[in-house]
Design a protein around this ligand. Structure first.
Ligand SMILES: *Cc1c(COP(=O)(O)O)cnc(C)c1O
Length: 432
């Protein structure tokens, strides 16, 4: 039986009153944790002894199995501090994926290093190891693989390339806490890993926060010094106010730390529900022709931070129609049904004005240090461009552990749109 599309006056598959979903989930434990921290003796991380920040660092390291965890103010600061602690600086190049959040491209620039963008894999949306190899020069010092949308990057290939060329690896795991690659937690496979606790991420704080992890004692020490003015802060040792190296103020606030400790205690329960809800949802959608659903590769756990779907015009009998026309048609029809499809990243990172115009530290720096060419808008990165043109995402709603029923309604909406493929094709042709 075919029902009328909501965009054409039919009844929406997702009733209006079912559409609102909270994220993050704020429970009484979270409120209590924040209030307790507020009444506690230590509101900053620069004191010795136990405080909310050190408790978060220990809980995170223990839960995921990291050697060291260093809490910082946000995920962007975490990335640039990791590069600083590894000695990446002026004249160095850092290879990053062309599809990511802007922070991954900015972090090298914060260290006056030049970001060099590599194309992505069409299925995992993660950095393509072959393209990493093509972009290595004698100035390359590091790679930042991003576990985009929660899917582990190809760490076997990436660590192999890094070992052969003597490069450092900083994993940007902002979207992937809990994801694993061959049984190992992402973030703990390269030299260092960074996480974001920004309020929209899988394990949030009530605002901004970030975490660095590493198995290397010395590197952890360098991260701690860099977090606090270059000072050495150790339990039982009086603060001496000496800067032993360049540092920033990237400290985390105790209230943010306390909130995340409370969230972390519920993470496993949430994660089990999410895995169940999302795999069930994707299994239904995988049956629809011309729809590429996200998948977890064998021997990996996907954290499903964002669900990205690609639409193939050929499967709709739309050869020659621009993928953007199909994408915007599907977006309009699904949104009318109550599924909040949206884009994530409107352009490849190298097209961002900051990189095209080389808006750095003045006089063309950091690019001027090496004479490296800046990026040119519209150049290269065919896979990244294709993915941005032909895909849409679902964000946040599916993170709620109780979203199983809502995802079933979303699946009804997709199926309904797919029952009207002729109409989709007509509208996409008109939009083209
Ligand atoms: C969110 C995010 C960041 C930055 O984290 P903030 O805490 O917002 O600074 C970095 N990289 C990726 C891939 C992200 O999604």
């Amino acid at each position: 039986m075919m029902s009328k599309l909501a965009a054409l006056g039919g009844t929406a598959a997702v009733p209006r009153e079912r559409r609102r979903v909270e994220w993050p989930l704020i429970e009484d434990e979270d409120r209590k944790a924040v209030l307790d921290a507020l009444d506690g003796p230590r509101l900053v991380s620069d004191t010795d002894g136990v405080n909310a920040v050190s408790i978060l660092e220990e809980s995170w390291a223990r839960r995921f199995g990291f050697g060291h965890c260093v809490a910082v103010s946000n995920g962007t600061a975490a990335l640039s501090l990791a590069l600083a602690a590894l000695g990446i600086g002026p004249g160095d190049e850092v290879i990053v994926p062309a599809l990511s959040f802007i922070a991954t491209g900015l972090a090298p620039v914060h260290q006056m290093a030049v970001p060099v963008f590599a194309d992505i894999d069409p299925v995992t949306f993660n950095i393509d190891p072959d393209d990493i190899e093509r972009r290595i020069t004698d100035r390359t010092r590091a790679i930042i693989p991003v576990h985009l949308h929660g899917a582990p990057a190809d760490m076997d290939r990436i660590t192999g390339i890094a070992a052969r060329h003597d490069l450092k690896v900083v994993e940007d795991a902002a979207q992937a806490p809990g994801a694993t690659h061959r049984g190992r937690p992402v973030g703990g496979i390269g030299d260092a890993g960074s996480f974001s606790l920004q309020v929209s991420k899988n394990i949030p704080t009530c605002g901004e926060g970030g975490l660095l992890v590493t198995g290397d004692d010395e590197l952890a020490g360098a991260m701690r010094r860099g977090r606090q003015f270059g000072e050495v802060i150790e339990a039982g040792r009086e603060r001496d106010y000496v800067s032993y190296g360049l540092g920033w103020n990237h400290k985390m606030n105790a209230l943010q730390a306390a909130f995340t400790v409370a969230q972390l205690a519920r993470f496993d329960e949430y994660e089990r529900a999410r895995q169940r809800n999302i795999t069930g949802f994707l299994a239904r959608l995988a049956k629809l022709p011309g729809l590429q659903v996200p998948t977890a590769l064998p021997d990996t756990t996907h954290a499903w931070h964002i669900l990205r779907f690609r639409f193939d015009p050929a499967a709709f009998g739309l050869d020659g129609v621009r993928p953007e026309a199909l994408r915007s048609t599907v977006r309009r029809l699904l949104r009318a049904e109550g599924v909040p499809m949206s884009q994530y990243q409107l352009m490849p990172l190298p097209d961002q004005k900051v990189f095209v115009d080389r808006v750095g530290f003045g006089s063309g720096h950091p690019w001027a240090v090496t004479g490296a060419p800046g990026t040119v808008a519209g150049e290269d990165y065919p896979v990244t461009r294709a993915v941005i043109a032909d895909s849409l995402t679902i964000q946040k709603r599916h993170l709620h552990p109780g979203s199983g029923d809502l995802l079933a309604l979303y699946a009804d909406a997709f199926e309904k749109v797919w029952q009207n493929l002729d109409m989709v094709a007509t509208l996409a042709k008109a939009a083209s």
